[in-house]
Ligand binder design. Structure first.
Ligand code: SF4
Length: 400
């Protein structure tokens, strides 16, 4: 008989953070910081425990600690117009606070031995990691792949692989040990299993009613962000898929009496997830698919050609593609999830994850996919109005 209960997500995340904290305090273990769609598999294969500052940024937003820490970074010359993950996180470091303390009793974020960023998502991560590099005198390694691609060419993959190889050499210089090729193959294969299961979980929301919403997924996605290449992510998602399957078979929806189905485009508004979740629920609307949660589906990982497949997978991500690709992508998902409309979040401090600025909503509307643009931000709630967004969303849902 199949167990249809997913492992407790809170416990999975707790164990991850406690182990990271222990690693940071143990002189025999090493910690690497990595961007959320950076080459985590290489770091894991080289024995590093991996920490993701964007995940910490999201925690700062969700707990609304960001409201106190963003101005601290602003005062140090980091503009209110740049990534509010960066400003929240840098401000938290300067202020000496972290939501990890309340959540897990951890005093501070784990101090890194190396900082590794990849600009496949944006260049803010480079500025962010370099701040820490200067502050703590820690080496910073960067991967700068080709950006905003219509198609992925072999030369793009070769370029990225070459940069991976250079980075591996530098990491080998730090650890004093060569990269274990078998460990890399295993890490990539493990990531592939986890990401396939994550895709299966998200695709369960094609069912009517959808068994989970975008707001649930922002919680369920924790392990695919922070535990790629680690068996714990695979185990978690195997359980989650079984649980969602059982919900679908029982006809259990994430919202009562689902009448409309919406696609969320752009970043979550972390400090207002509950408010928005309730708003859609009382309007009997399932937010059943999103660009954001789908961004951790990497179907190209292949343990038999680890570096090439990593390059391909991490180049192909939505945020790194041109506008035609994005239009076709949302159109396809709107069909697959039987979407009635799209809510585009224009995140003030993340133009990289905002796709409403270049006429995309109008083009999709012309194809029969209506949408609205909600102004807001991932972490800076000064850019978001409860009243205006509620009025806008309710009016939109009525027209559907
Ligand atoms: S993609 Fe946006 S939210 Fe993410 S790190 Fe870059 S600027 Fe910040």
């Amino acid at each position: 008989m199949t167990d249809t209960t997913a492992p407790d997500i809170k416990q999975v995340m707790r164990d991850y953070f406690l182990d990271l904290d222990a690693a940071a305090k143990d002189p025999d273990r090493r910690v690497a910081w990595c961007t959320s769609v950076g080459p985590a598999e290489i770091l894991r294969a080289m024995g590093f425990e991996v920490y993701f500052p964007e995940n910490h940024g999201a925690m700062l937003g969700a707990t609304r600690v960001a409201g106190e820490t963003i101005p601290v970074a602003n005062a140090r010359g980091y503009s209110p117009e740049i990534c509010s993950y960066l400003t929240s996180d840098v401000g938290a470091c300067i202020k000496g606070v972290t939501p990890l303390t309340k959540a897990y009793g951890i005093e501070s974020v784990p101090k890194p031995d190396v900082l590794v960023y990849c600009t496949n998502q944006c260049k803010d991560v480079m500025h962010w990691f370099k701040w820490y590099g200067r502050e703590w005198d820690v080496p910073v390694l960067g991967i700068h792949p080709p950006n905003h691609l219509p198609v992925i060419e072999q030369e793009h993959i070769d370029d990225t692989v070459m940069q991976y190889r250079r980075m591996i050499e530098e990491l080998e210089g730090m650890t004093g040990e060569p990269l274990d090729q078998q460990a890399l193959r295993q890490a990539v294969a493990e990531s592939r299993q986890a990401t396939d299961l994550w895709a299966d979980a998200l695709n369960m929301a094609r069912a009517k009613p959808a068994p989970m919403s975008f707001f649930d997924s922002t919680i369920y996605m924790g392990p695919i962000v922070v535990l790629r290449g680690d068996r714990r992510a695979t185990d978690y998602y195997r359980g989650l898929v079984a649980e969602l399957k059982a919900r679908v078979e029982a006809g259990e929806g994430a919202v009562a009496d689902e009448r409309l189905r919406v696609y969320w485009e752009g970043m979550p508004i972390w400090g207002r997830l509950r408010h928005l979740s309730e708003l859609f629920a009382v309007n009997h609307t399932g937010v059943v698919a999103s660009t954001y949660c789908n961004s951790w589906i990497f179907s190209d990982f292949d343990g038999d050609r680890p570096l090439e497949s990593m390059a391909e997978a991490y180049l192909k991500i939505f945020i790194n593609r041109d506008d035609d690709y994005k239009e076709a992508y949302i159109e396809r998902l709107a069909g697959e999830f039987d979407i009635d409309g799209v809510v585009y979040h224009a995140a003030r401090t993340c133009p990289n994850n905002t796709n409403s600025h270049y006429n995309l909503p109008q083009r999709l509307k012309n194809k029969g996919i209506p949408g609205i643009v909600v102004d807001g931000d991932l972490n800076d709630l000064r850019c978001f109005s409860d009243e205006q967004s509620t009025t806008l969303i309710e009016a939109f849902l009525e027209t559907l």
